[in-house]
Design a protein around this ligand. Structure first.
Ligand SMILES: CC(C)(COP(=O)(O)OP(=O)(O)OC[C@H]1O[C@@H](n2cnc3c(N)ncnc32)[C@H](O)[C@@H]1OP(=O)(O)O)[C@@H](O)C(=O)NCCC(=O)NCCS
Ligand SMILES: CC(=O)OP(=O)(O)O
Length: 326
């Protein structure tokens, strides 16, 4: 199924002329992924950094760079225009001098290429923290109308199994409204991967088995999410076993629309989500692709610093598909 999923995404984006910018041009994993994407003619990679350093690294790795565009922000012909567009976008929040300095940072520069339409999406984070990777997108690309906050999902794949986990990347302490929005957006993202979303909002309590401010937050999120998307198959609050194991669901949540068959899991906090996905990945043998940021005006995606070249390649396919509005 992993192969099917990414083969389908690859077919979707090939020949669409998508340009994806990779700010971390001198990272081995990024360069390997960019070279492969160009060689397979799936999309047009733009890698950022010093051209000489990138060419030396590619030669050392034996990677062809045909079809890979290399852009050095410090020598970019349209730099002044980008500075003006950035100052205009961040009106009152950034001076021209600061903008000029910030745009020497590859993540800011790459995000501005996406904002101005010179690129269709961005993949970074192999060598940067999530905060440094996504902050430019939050400030420049911003969320779509109707979405208050962006959030980060992982598509978790093991053989035929596919699940969506959220939020594993962005919102440290989501409130009930944030959680409801994350649930609705994650269901939308799940459809992109061919899933019929069955959404479970997770807790340490199932249907009132415990009561505390933490569980009440999730109960209220379930109520709000049902209000926001009445047609969605969604319920909670659930412990993970009640959401995932049919026999446990029969005992703990016999009246729920979810009967141990959830495929979209919404974690109550970033602690739970980030720890949870890494446990499934490292102990459970799941491939974790993401975090895929949802709810932004244009696709910007973050990699884990523990990623490999295959992860970067796959996240680029997803980014290109998102840019097509899939
Ligand atoms: C995402 C994160 C970096 C934002 O923090 P920050 O830069 O301090 O955010 P600020 O509060 O200063 O806001 C900066 C801008 O981003 C916007 N923003 C912040 N969080 C946002 C969100 N979840 N969605 C959309 N916009 C957001 C703010 O509105 C603000 O916009 P403005 O400058 O135009 O007014 C921070 O929440 C974070 O560090 N999260 C955890 C990341 C992480 O380590 N994850 C684990 C590994 S994946
Ligand atoms: C998604 C994530 O946890 O990223 P990192 O491992 O880079 O912190």
């Amino acid at each position: 199924m992993t192969t099917d999923l990414f083969t389908a995404l690859k077919a979707k984006v090939t020949d669409t002329g998508r340009k994806i910018v990779f700010p971390e041009g001198t990272d081995d994993r990024i360069l390997t992924a960019a070279s492969r994407l160009a060689t397979e003619q799936v999309l047009q990679p733009i890698v950022l950094g010093d051209e000489q350093a990138i060419r030396v690294k590619a030669a050392a790795l034996g990677l062809p760079l045909e079809g890979v565009e290399i852009v050095n922000p410090r020598r970019y012909g349209g730099f002044d225009e980008l500075v003006s567009a950035f100052v205009e976008r961040r009106k009152g929040k950034v001076t021209e001098e600061t903008a000029r300095e910030l745009l020497f940072d590859e993540n800011y520069f790459g995000t501005m290429l996406v904002y101005t339409g010179a690129a269709d999406g961005l993949v970074s984070g192999a060598a940067h923290s999530t905060a440094d990777t996504v902050r430019p997108a939050l400030q420049i690309i911003k969320t779509k109308p109707g979405v208050g906050k962006t959030s980060g999902v992982f598509i978790m794949v093991r053989g035929d199994e596919k699940y969506v986990f959220a939020d594993c990347a962005i919102n440290i302490a989501p409130n009930s409204h944030d959680l409801a929005e994350i649930a609705v957006e994650s269901a939308r993202t799940a459809k992109m991967f061919g899933l019929k979303p069955r959404v479970a909002l997770l807790s340490f309590s199932t249907k009132g088995s415990a009561s505390s401010p933490e569980t009440e937050k999730v109960v209220e999120a379930v109520r709000l999410a049902k209000e926001m998307a009445p047609d969605l198959i969604l319920d909670g609050e659930f412990q993970f076993d009640a959401a995932f194991v049919p026999e446990v669901a029969k005992k703990k949540a016999p009246d729920s629309v979810i009967q141990g068959d959830a495929n979209v899991f919404i974690f109550p906090s970033l602690e739970a989500g980030n720890i949870g996905y890494k446990i499934a990945q490292r102990l459970g043998g799941f491939e974790a692709v993401g975090p895929i940021l949802q709810g932004l005006n244009k696709p910007v995606n973050d990699l884990s610093r523990g990623c490999n070249a295959e992860d970067a390649y796959k996240l680029a396919l997803i980014t290109a598909a998102q840019s097509l509005g899939e």
